[in-house]
Design a protein around this ligand. Sequence first.
Ligand SMILES: NC(=O)C1=CN([C@@H]2O[C@H](COP(=O)(O)OP(=O)(O)OC[C@H]3O[C@@H](n4cnc5c(N)ncnc54)[C@H](OP(=O)(O)O)[C@@H]3O)[C@@H](O)[C@H]2O)C=CC1
Ligand SMILES: N[C@@H](CC=O)C(=O)O
Length: 327
Amino acid sequence: MTVVKVAILGFGTVGQGIYNILKDKREHFKTTLGVDIEVAKILVRNCSKQRDKIDAALLTDNMEDVLAVGGLDVVFEAIVGDEPAYSYLDQAIEKGINIVTANKVMFAKFGLTLQQKAAKYNVRVGYEATTAGGVPVIKTMENILRVNDVQHIQGILNGTSNYILTQMRTEGMSFEKALKAAQDLGYAEANPFDDVSGHDPFNKLMILSALAFGKQPRWSDVEVVGISEITLQQVKEADAIGKRYRHIAEVAIDETGVIRAKVGPELIGQEHPLYAIDGVNNAVALDTNFIGTLTLVGPGAGMYPTASVMIEDYADMLVKKSALVTV
Ligand SMILES: NC(=O)C1=CN([C@@H]2O[C@H](COP(=O)(O)OP(=O)(O)OC[C@H]3O[C@@H](n4cnc5c(N)ncnc54)[C@H](OP(=O)(O)O)[C@@H]3O)[C@@H](O)[C@H]2O)C=CC1
Ligand SMILES: N[C@@H](CC=O)C(=O)O
């Protein structure tokens, strides 16, 4: 049985999820993927932090230790911010190591560059987890784009904001309490300002724009408004007349190739396709020329949905590699 070595960058909510699934499903992967997946290194910021159920020898705070692992096949990147994440992945690609990332701050900015570099070095890039958590929007869109054009994308792209708005409406919870609950559940960013200010769904929208249209709008042209100004009173008044606040991200391309995007809260009624999307769920509606509108719905954040799609990305790489070998 071939042993494949993998590394995990980051051991917070997402990194721990990856580690747990790889450990729990190790035998399963031997059968389904034909390989024994061994976690060889885990990069963290602070090695002296107390961590349960993990062999301390796996931990390092130095990326050089990760890159020095012989035969490393993939790094799963789940750290915070654009740097040093981008530089780490850039170095991994140069060493011929595949990359799978959940880091949308980094990927919105450097995704196209990393993908070009990966093509040059013949390595693969997985980034399903950057956008809409456990909802397989990237793979679905890649598939759709083989035949269709995508002209317009609209969705709820932040689980934390949707969870907060839902808790305010259904439980009468204050904004602050709902945000705290989202943090406790592992939905929120390390800095939750990114969630409630709209910056997180903005980053995801830019990733979708790059995939659908091959480019992004100028970032400074995009209006980005968060949910932090919405009061409990407003949510209750809206509910009383059958309306709901939803935090909606939208991007479209016109016939001349101009891209327009916006992110912000909207008050919508029952007729709106995003009306029923509650809790941590995200939804993404893709308008295409042949299929029509396709809407995907599912958990937009959290340890296991995010970790699962990252490992699915890697499983896909392994399957494609073995198909190449067989052919
Ligand atoms: N939580 C979620 O539901 C989702 C998160 N993501 C993305 O995944 C990534 C990780 O999120 P999450 O797990 O929630 O974050 P956490 O804050 O829970 O964990 C972050 C981890 O990264 C490590 N880390 C941070 N900066 C560095 C650095 N410079 N060098 C080395 N290690 C570093 C931290 O180390 P230490 O433990 O020592 O502090 C920690 O282990 C983020 O980019 C996030 O946007 C994407 C989809 C969903
Ligand atoms: N903080 C993000 C996590 C997933 O991307 C969110 O709440 O959507």
